[in-house]
Design a protein around this ligand. Structure first.
Ligand code: GAP
Length: 448
């Protein structure tokens, strides 16, 4: 049961108004469930991706990075099971021409009678269910014929599997080790929606950890815990995070065991998957061996044995975590002594798009010059904003709404004693500090 309020509509509006996320091709009426990240959104998502890359690749000796191409050999998707099995059963309504997922009719509304589900209204004429493949198809080269069909990858994982030996041998890695990558994936989702929760073009952050068969469940448990810790360190509230274990009927065709990390998005959406941790066994490497006729075995020199490793996969959506971070951070507060409240994005400082904003209290007495000097001094170290328009209260509110953790004000004293005030977004406490100390002050507050 979801216990959190529904803030989605307010967030969609804030994200557009303040330059986080825009509907794709909006001037043409938009593209269905595709979104563009604006100036602040691109910083927020990049900060999340950087935290993942640092946790997975930079801070460990046993995981290597990769950036595989989106277009892969079409046999890849036969081997992975996507050509045959990455399908949703669909029904069409001959009356309203709507198309619905046959297995999710209860979640859909009849366009002609929204109080009922498709099929339940007298006028509905649903067809038999037909399977619809979710992969986007395109053609490689000048000829549009079946021999030149390629797919936009529906997951980044397969780029890792086909490069398993390239990475292992070039980097002289020994099992257990992992390969991580961040990249776009595409799915022609039938029921997309809920803003950037389910889209047709999205980014995944995936890591495949190759282990010796028999040690897989131990590693599975370890990765499950590590991934939950990562979400907590991002600032997602513990009460909004839960594991969901896949029962036998829910397991994907490749999975021996699976847990989702779920996040409570509030309202009717409630707890939903943001990351999957899977024990994929040797399914993928064995399939690719068979389809490519190339051995994908690991040679364990120490014990003089060869085997196809098992894989523990952690797969998280960068857009879904961005949405979780936004939902988690959104709050409305009353302010003592003021009629108007404030909207705050209480983002973890490490992912906030702007780390500090600098304001001259007035536009005279050398204050703008001093503030711009500080801006230029700090901007290469931290994403900064400069604002000299409107009352100081309004300027604070603008920064609160986009999650800026610190606001620095240059006032009448500053130009004589070289001190400034630094206001904390969450506690509203103000410290008066020497302007020359700002870089180390902010660096200390922004770690973690
Ligand atoms: N390689 C395994 C795999 O792709 P998945 O559960 O289908 O597993 C993993 O996807 C993650 O990718 C999900 O937990 C979610 O965060 C993200 N994801 C999947 N489909 C998505 C979509 N249509 N829009 C946004 N994110 C999506």
């Amino acid at each position: 049961m979801a216990s959190q309020p529904d803030v989605m509509d307010k967030l969609v509006s804030l994200c557009k108004r303040r330059g986080f996320i825009f509907q794709s091709s909006e001037i043409y009426g938009g593209t269905g469930s595709v979104w563009d990240y604006g100036p602040l959104g691109v910083e927020l998502k990049k900060n999340i991706k950087d935290r993942w890359w640092n946790a997975m690749v930079r801070s460990r000796d046993d995981i290597e990075g990769l950036d595989a191409a989106i277009l892969m050999h079409p046999r890849t998707w036969e081997a992975s099971g996507h050509v045959a099995g990455f399908v949703d059963p669909l029904v069409d309504c001959k009356t309203c021409k709507g198309r619905f997922r046959a297995d999710k009719l209860e979640d859909a509304r009849c366009p002609q009678k929204p109080s009922k589900q498709p099929g339940a209204h007298d006028a509905c004429q649903l067809t038999e269910a037909r399977n619809f493949n979710l992969m986007f198809k395109t053609y490689m080269g000048a000829l549009e014929e079946s021999a030149s069909i390629v797919y936009l990858r529906p997951e980044t994982a397969q780029g890792i599997f086909v490069n398993f030996l390239n990475v292992q041998q070039s980097m002289r890695q020994k099992v257990p080790f992992g390969i991580a990558q961040i990249g776009k994936a595409f799915r022609n989702e039938i029921t997309p929606g809920n803003f950037i929760f389910r889209t047709r073009e999205f980014e995944q952050m995936e890591m495949q950890f190759f282990v010796e068969p028999g040690t897989d469940m131990e590693w599975f448990e370890q990765w499950k815990q590590l991934r939950m810790e990562w979400h907590l360190a991002l600032g997602l509230s513990p009460e909004r995070l839960q594991f969901h274990q896949h029962g036998a009927g829910e397991l994907a065709h490749y999975a021996r065991a699976a847990f989702d990390v779920t996040f409570d998005f509030g309202g009717t959406l409630g707890f939903q998957e943001i990351e999957g941790v899977h024990n994929r066994g040797d399914f993928d490497l064995t399939q690719h061996q068979q389809f490519s006729s190339k051995k994908l075995e690991y040679y364990d020199q120490l014990n003089n044995k060869r085997y196809v490793p098992y894989v523990i996969e952690t797969s998280v959506g960068a857009d879904r975590v961005t949405l979780a971070a936004l939902v988690n951070a959104y709050r409305e507060e009353s302010v003592e002594g003021e009629d108007e409240g404030r909207v705050v994005l209480g983002l973890h400082p490490s992912i906030a798009p702007i780390k500090a904003a600098i304001f001259p209290l007035t536009k005279k007495d050398g204050q703008p010059e001093m503030a711009k000097g500080i801006l230029n001094d700090l901007r290469m170290a931290f994403p900064m904003d400069y604002d000299e328009s409107g009352s100081i209260g309004k300027r604070y509110r603008r920064q609160d709404e986009v999650g800026t953790p610190f606001c620095i004000t240059v006032d009448g004293h500053s130009t004589t004693d070289q001190t400034v005030t630094v206001r904390d977004r969450d506690t509203l406490a103000q410290d008066r500090i020497d302007a020359s100390q700002l870089k180390s002050y902010l660096a200390a507050k922004l770690v973690g």
